[in-house]
Structure formats: structure tokens, C-alpha cells
Ligand binder design. Structure first.
Ligand SMILES: *Cc1c(COP(=O)(O)O)cnc(C)c1O
Length: 300
């Protein structure tokens, strides 16, 4: 991932303060980079993150309020879009191209269990989904229907949105503004998963199946893994196991970590953000990739 393109200017400012204007030339210097990230105070990381989350929330409200948002109108027809979403609620982003292996419907496989998390009074969760509402995309359409169908006794319609026409603009708001980036591909279909790298470089924590890049990136401290390295059984059985792992990890790891405070600060969460930025940016930057091609292939 090309760091200067995808990292928000607010975070670039912090990297710049530690490493100078040429901060991106230090991206591949693993030790220098990590120690610079470790120097940034908790408050600065959190303030930058919350500002970007605020931009995402305004964007979500704008996109769901205007006519050109298309189908979104019907999802939120009973809701005041100006009050959608709260900056204090754990926000999970999930975006995908039209590709079945991304298993978009996994999160909906146990609705009561999902809504229990969304509706929790003390520790709620909100979701931003983005995708293409492609006429041929049956799963995409069924997700939209699912979003609609979920009844209004729940906070669901206030805490979940679907943004149509997933493109680089939508991606920019999402990867910079969410707390958590979710990816649930069917193993071993994920070649890479570049959106997760974009999110990580902006301090979002990945919450993903161990497939594609996340097998190499996850170190136990820089995000969350869903399920194990391998899965066995029929597709249906694997989907069931992975859905269960998805819910369990959310309930027992992601949510408790986000809502843990120490002296009013999310100490543990911020240190995970720092771990994500510090370890994943050097490993998955374009600089590292081009350098590898040069050293290992072109020069030989
Ligand atoms: C980054 C990006 C992708 C690729 O995401 P993957 O996680 O690699 O599937 C697709 N669409 C848009 C708009 C993107 O910004």
C-alpha cells in the first residue's frame, strides 16, 4: 500500500513530527519506524483518530441523507439521518467488491446474536457496510434486504448503514475513520486484502480471517484473528464455524478491548493501534514491495 496516498493527513502530521518531512522514506526502516510510532503520545493518536471518525460520521450522514444514495433511502426511511451514528460507539467497517468469497452474509448468520451486540446499552457496536449494488450481485442484494428486514425494535437502523458505489472516495473515509476493519474471506481465496493495510496504516485494528495478507501481518497484538489458520469440512460447515468464531471474538475480545479504560483513556486499545501502525506499515508499504523486487529479482 502506498502510505502517503492512503494515510490521512492528520496521521501524516504525527509521523512527520517524529520523522521529519521525509517520513515516508523511513517507512521501510522497521526499527526507526516502530520507535517513532512508540513516541507519539496516546492523546495525539486518539485525538487524530476521533477527528477522522468524525469525518466518517459526517460523510455517512451526508450520503444517507441525499437522494443519490439510492437504496439507502429505503433502509433509513424511518430514521433521522442527521443523528445516525455516535463517535463514542465502536465502529466496524466492512467493504467489498462483487466477489462471493468475501462472504458478506456471514455477519448476518445469527441475527439475535448480532443485534444483542448492536443494542447493548453499555458497549454497543455500529457498522458501516460499503459495496456495489450490482444487479448481478445476488449476495449484495440479499445483504441490502437483510439490512431492511431487521426490525425497528432494534437500534440496528441507527447503528448500521450501507454505502453504495464503493469506490476510492468511500474507501478513504472508511479506512481512515473506523475503529475496526473486518474481512471474512473464504480460505484460501484472499490473494491479499489491501483494504486492511490501508486501515492499519491509519490505526484501525484489523479483525479478519487468517487468509491473504493477514496470515503474515497478524502478530497477536496488532489486531484480531477470526478462527484458526485452517478450516475443514464442507463450505457450509466452515461458514458455520467461522461465523461462530466471528461472534465469539467480537464478544470476548474486540468489544471488551474497545471499552476498556484506564484513567479515562483507552490505553490498551491505543497501544494496539500503535502496534498496528508500527508493525504493518513497514511490512506492507509499496516501498518495501518495490525494494524487494529490486533486490531479489531485477538486480539478479
Ligand atoms: C482498496 C480497495 C479495494 C481492494 O480491497 P481488498 O481488501 O484488496 O479486496 C477495492 N475497492 C476499493 C474502492 C478500494 O479502495
Amino acid at each position: 500500500m502506498h502510505a502517503p496516498t492512503w494515510i490521512a493527513p492528520l496521521f501524516q502530521g504525527l509521523y512527520c513530527r517524529e520523522l521529519g518531512d521525509e517520513w515516508h522514506s523511513s517507512v521501510c526502516n522497521t526499527e526507526k519506524w516502530a520507535s517513532a510510532i512508540w513516541n507519539i503520545p496516546d492523546e495525539d493518536i486518539w485525538t487524530a483518530h476521533q477527528a477522522l471518525k468524525g469525518l466518517l460520521i459526517s460523510y455517512v450522514r451526508r450520503r444517507t441523507a441525499t437522494k443519490d444514495a439510492g437504496t439507502v433511502e429505503t433502509i433509513h426511511e424511518n430514521e433521522e439521518t442527521a443523528t445516525l451514528f455516535s463517535p463514542e460507539v465502536l465502529t466496524i467497517g466492512f467493504a467489498r467488491r462483487v466477489a462471493e468469497y468475501k462472504r458478506w452474509d456471514l455477519i448476518f448468520s445469527d441475527l439475535p446474536r448480532l443485534l444483542k451486540m448492536v443494542d447493548d446499552e453499555e458497549r454497543p457496536v455500529q457498522f458501516v457496510f460499503a459495496g456495489k449494488a450490482h444487479p448481478q450481485d445476488k449476495v449484495g442484494k440479499s445483504v441490502l434486504q437483510e439490512l431492511l428486514r431487521i426490525n425497528s425494535d432494534s437500534n440496528w437502523q441507527r447503528r448500521a448503514v450501507f454505502i453504495e458505489d464503493y469506490d476510492q472516495e468511500v474507501a478513504r473515509y472508511l479506512v481512515r475513520g473506523v475503529d475496526v476493519w473486518m474481512n471474512v474471506p473464504r480460505r484460501p481465496m484472499e490473494a491479499s486484502g489491501t483494504s486492511g493495510m490501508k486501515a492499519a496504516m491509519n490505526g484501525a485494528l484489523n479483525f479478519s480471517i487468517l487468509d491473504g495478507w493477514w496470515i503474515e501481518g497478524f502478530n497477536g497484538k496488532n489486531g484480531f484473528a477470526i478462527g484458526g489458520l485452517e478450516a475443514s469440512g464442507t463450505d457450509e460447515e466452515i461458514d458455520r464455524q467461522d461465523a461462530d468464531a466471528l461472534y465469539t471474538t467480537l464478544e470476548t475480545e474486540v468489544i471488551p478491548a474497545y471499552y476498556e479504560f484506564e484513567n479515562g483513556i483507552r490505553k490498551r486499545w491505543i497501544s494496539m493501534m500503535r502496534e498496528a501502525i508500527g508493525t504493518l506499515t513497514p511490512q506492507f508499504s509499496t516501498n518495501r514491495m518495490v525494494g524487494d523486487y529490486l533486490e531479489r529479482i531485477y538486480k539478479n
